[in-house]
Design a protein around this ligand. Structure first.
Ligand code: SF4
Length: 123
């Protein structure tokens, strides 16, 4: 059986973050879900607060790869790794964090595309 495709989560920073002003969220998410080899793509409003932790604990699974569009990868690591570790998900092995701030939709699509290809290559 083929390796499971990654899931894409766009953390959209409440929808009010100036860092995502140049990004058309729906163009990005629809491109990713329709054109790339992902299992599916979803949007979360703010993964780095308590309900984000609750989401991760409820949602993430060992063995699945997640590509997360959002802020600085170091920030994502710091904010997500403990909640994920509680349910046996290893941030380093399973999460590919992408900084999509201050990018055009075209550039963000390119970055996500490259990440999906890289995850597929490493599978
Ligand atoms: S994890 Fe990053 S992108 Fe997501 S809400 Fe927090 S600061 Fe914003």
């Amino acid at each position: 059986m083929a390796e499971q495709m990654p899931r894409f989560i766009m953390c959209f920073c409440t929808g009010k973050c100036p860092g995502f002003e140049a990004l058309d969220l729906w163009d990005l998410i629809n491109y990713v879900r329709n054109e790339l080899d992902v299992e599916y793509a979803i949007v979360h409003p703010q993964l780095c607060v308590d309900d984000g932790d609750a989401f991760w604990r409820d949602y993430a699974k060992p063995g699945v790869k997640y590509i997360v569009g959002g802020c600085d990868p170091r920030m994502q690591r710091k904010m997500f790794k403990d909640a994920l570790a509680e349910i046996g998900v290893d941030f380093e092995q399973q999460v590919t964090p992408l900084d999509l701030r201050n990018m055009s939709t075209t550039d963000a699509i390119k970055k996500v595309t490259e990440a999906v290809e890289k995850v597929a290559e490493s599978a």
